[in-house]
Design a protein around this ligand. Structure first.
Ligand code: NCD
Length: 303
């Protein structure tokens, strides 16, 4: 038997049973009912990158379970003075943190810190690598609507190359038998991306990719990342923006997802973001439940 989960670093480290038990626990969590499950625990939020949803939901999740939180960001901390990640991690742990939730621009940063500090680390996004809590909350959202993952066609469209959300989702969903289609221009969806996991394919034509889709997951596209690429902003919008017309190519009951932040008019239109198929608000709500489950599990209050 695998030992209990110590840190949450990436989807690949989780067994299928561990994923299922986090999702089952998340379904039982009620953010509107504060509890004392983590009373006396201290959760440090170590955020080297900006965040709205992830940071706030981890904070609300910890506080709803009775834990206290503290936020450490580069501005106004010793990080600004040049302190290294590991020294900052040691400091936060020695100050009494029982867990560190961290976001960092470098891929692998959470894995590195987990090797040096004794407290559980939760990876809240490391560079282009992993964002496991996002994939878990997305799986929760999809199963709320589809009751299964096996056999679903999930089209992930946008800047897949830079997206830790795409990587974590593809690993998790394909593990449960979903067919993942990465879609975007070749600069954002290199053919090699399809080798990430069995069940993942790459497609550069959104009108083809969307046919028969059960889930359409749009990703943020930063205009500046298109600079110097083979495709202009206008061409991106013409070929890859998720519009009401394109949504009609997917199954009639397809759901539309986006991890946020949404750049309206770029990766999707407002009609789609605010339309009847959109689960964007539900994803945000499920973020709190999922992060409550993650913290409860890692801090030993729920197994
Ligand atoms: C994503 C992230 O930061 O990885 N946002 C999020 O956590 N919900 C996606 C993004 O910033 O594009």
């Amino acid at each position: 038997m695998k030992p209990p989960l110590r840190s949450l670093l990436g989807i690949e480290q989780l067994t299928t049973a561990q994923i299922e038990s986090i999702l089952a626990l998340a379904r039982r969590m009620d953010p509107s009912r504060p509890s004392q499950l983590l009373r006396g625990k201290r959760v440090a939020l170590l955020f080297y990158e900006s965040s709205t949803r992830t940071r706030t939901s981890f904070e609300f999740a910890a506080k709803t379970l009775g834990a206290t939180t503290t936020l450490v960001t580069p501005v106004s901390s010793s990080i600004e003075k040049g302190e290294s990640l590991i020294d900052t991690g040691w400091t936060v742990a020695n100050l009494g943190a029982d867990a560190i939730v961290m976001r960092h621009a470098n891929s692998g940063a959470a894995y590195l810190l987990a090797r040096y500090v004794r407290v559980p680390i939760v990876n809240a996004g490391d560079g282009m690598h992993q964002h496991p809590s996002q994939a878990l909350l997305d799986a929760l959202t999809i199963t709320n609507h589809k009751k299964r993952l096996n056999g679903l066609r999930v089209v992930i469209v946008g800047d897949v190359y830079h997206s830790r959300v795409a990587r974590s989702n593809a690993e998790l969903l394909s593990r449960f038998g979903a067919d993942i289609v990465f879609c975007g221009p070749p600069d954002f969806v290199p053919e090699i991306s399809a080798s990430l996991a069995p069940g993942v394919t790459a497609c550069h034509d959104l009108n083809i990719a969307l046919q028969g889709a059960d889930v359409v997951m749009a990703l943020r596209v930063q205009k500046e990342r298109l600079a110097g690429k083979d495709i202009s902003v206008e061409d991106y919008i013409a070929n890859y923006q998720v519009t009401p017309q394109r949504m009609k190519l997917a199954k009639p009951d397809a759901v539309l997802m986006h991890p946020g932040p949404v750049i309206r008019g770029m990766e999707l239109t407002s009609e789609v973001a605010d339309g009847p198929q959109s689960c964007i608000h539900e994803q945000v709500r499920n973020g709190v439940k999922t992060r409550m489950a993650i913290l409860a599990m890692l801090l030993g209050a729920a197994r």
